[in-house]
Ligand binder design. Structure first.
Ligand code: PLP
Length: 461
């Protein structure tokens, strides 16, 4: 497509592109891997080396795999027909996708289009604030978030972020966001609640949310925002008994439950949405990455009809609706891609494949744990799995960041791309992350496991 020399492209990139999450001093002298092509679960770099991508585009996005011509065709056809029109006038794929999406989300009703996960979350926070103004004179405005969860990159999303290294240099923050404790059972001993496990731990971790609500004052808390399975915070699957209790607490104190499905949405955990594994009834759901598998930028904020009604029931109030717009919420490419993405997931049985291949992946990872003392914990749901690496299973001390990175690099050298938590804080960069496309086969699962096995032997002996 572009006939420039690779060396010219790399030189232009190094001269002018400011990359996400990159320390550029080190990058300047590096020999960057440039990915130029993808097909199915594989990508190729500019030297022609092929990789099995076990993280779906570095950040858990390309759920249906690369090179999907039917998505490209759907987007192209829509773009030449009508690429964009703002407001309520021109988005046919938007209407059709909203209807399909709501079919998959019993209890939910309205779809608000955005461009990124951060933006969708930000809009949900705005809705909570507007509801507070309407119903309680602004009093019930606080939003609770959880330690280790991440909800995006804007100042307000960082104010709702449980990963302090991401927000540390960007204060002052938006007021009214309050942290609740994490629910990582493997690290329960560090939380000061005694030696708890299973449902007892799940209940305790959820009760901790109620304690924060009581401390802040239930009449000041408007919403609780949680990831169904915490992603970048360490692939944290919720403990038994956690979600039913969380739901009960939200209902008891009239607190809106906002589930951030930016990572888990559209099949990643083997159900359409992560929350559907746990019988949760959310009031608001946000989603982004897998909605169109990265073929177009699209994110959705989905609400119940009850939430929606609060913004429409008083037509005499000139301020009484959601006073928000997103320019590119009027792009038609996103919903056109999302419609085809959803058709592929359904027609190719990718939820079923995710369950079957996820179970196989967990089995392989358990075998790896049995062989390698350095693997302290294996966690996962569907095709979203993590291995926490520790120097000592008793103390659960994290391995050095460089060692975890060395495992990732060795896997890449073997032709398998895996991820690792990128927390910039000592003790938190030790969870290897796996999230292959939902089309992954049994043979490819075994290939991923074999690469990790070999890399662990090489790095840790
Ligand atoms: N929420 C979660 C759980 C995420 O993992 C991310 C990004 O990784 C976001 C929100 C932010 O999404 P975006 O990068 O599209 O703004």
């Amino acid at each position: 497509m572009y006939d420039n020399d690779l060396s010219d492209i790399v030189a232009a990139d190094k001269r002018h592109v400011w990359h996400h999450l990159v320390q550029h001093k080190a990058f300047e002298s590096s020999d960057p891997r440039v990915i130029v092509e993808g097909k199915g679960i594989h990508v190729w770099d500019a030297t022609g080396k092929r990789y099995l991508d076990a993280v779906s585009g570095a950040v858990w996005t390309v759920n249906v795999g690369y090179g999907r011509e039917s998505i490209a065709d759907a987007v192209r056809d829509q773009l030449v027909k009508l690429n964009y029109f703002a407001g309520a006038a021109g988005n046919i794929p938007g209407a059709l996708f909203a209807e399909k999406l709501i079919e998959k989300m019993p209890g939910m009703s309205r779809v608000y289009y955005n461009n990124s996960g951060s933006e969708a979350n930000e809009k949900a926070f705005k809705m909570v604030r507007q509801i507070a103004h309407k119903k309680s004179g602004g009093k019930k405005h606080k939003i609770l978030f959880r330690d280790r969860d991440y909800h995006g990159t804007t100042i307000t999303c960082l104010s709702a972020g449980g990963q302090p290294e991401r927000s540390a240099q960007y204060g002052p923050y938006t007021p009214g966001f309050v942290e609740v404790p994490h629910c990582l059972e493997y690290r329960a001993a560090d939380q000061g609640w005694g030696d708890l496990s299973g449902a007892e731990y799940g209940r305790r971790a959820a009760d901790a949310i109620e304690e924060v609500i009581l401390r802040e004052g239930p009449d000041t808390v408007g919403a609780l925002c949680l990831e169904p399975v915490t992603a970048g915070g360490g692939v944290i699957t919720p403990p038994e008994g956690y979600w039913p209790r969380v739901q009960e607490i939200c209902k008891k104190y009239d607190i809106l439950l906002h589930i951030d499905e930016v990572v888990c949405g559209l099949g990643r955990t083997g159900t359409w949405f992560g929350y559907q594994n746990y019988g949760i009834e959310p009031d608001m759901v946000t989603m982004a990455k897998g909605v169109a598998s990265g073929y177009a930028a699209i994110a959705c904020l989905v609400t119940t009809e009850e939430v929606f009604d609060m913004f429409k029931d008083d037509a005499s109030d000139p301020m009484g609706y959601f006073r928000d717009i997103s320019t590119f919420g009027g792009c038609t490419a996103g919903p056109a891609a999302a419609l085809e993405n959803m058709r592929i997931i359904e027609e190719e049985g990718l939820l079923e494949n995710t369950l079957a291949m996820g179970a196989r992946l967990m089995e392989r990872l358990e075998e790896i744990k049995a062989r390698h003392e350095v693997v302290g914990d294996v966690r996962g749901k569907g095709l979203f799995c993590g291995l926490e690496l520790v120097t000592d299973r008793e103390t659960r001390a994290a391995v050095a960041e460089n060692d975890a990175q060395a495992v990732v690099a060795d896997c890449a050298a073997q032709g398998v791309m895996i991820g690792v938590t990128n927390r910039s804080l000592p003790g938190l960069n030790n969870t290897l992350c796996l999230s292959p496309a939902l089309i992954v086969t049994a043979g490819q699962i075994d290939e991923i496991a074999a690469a990790i096995d070999a890399a662990l032997t090489k790095v840790f002996g």
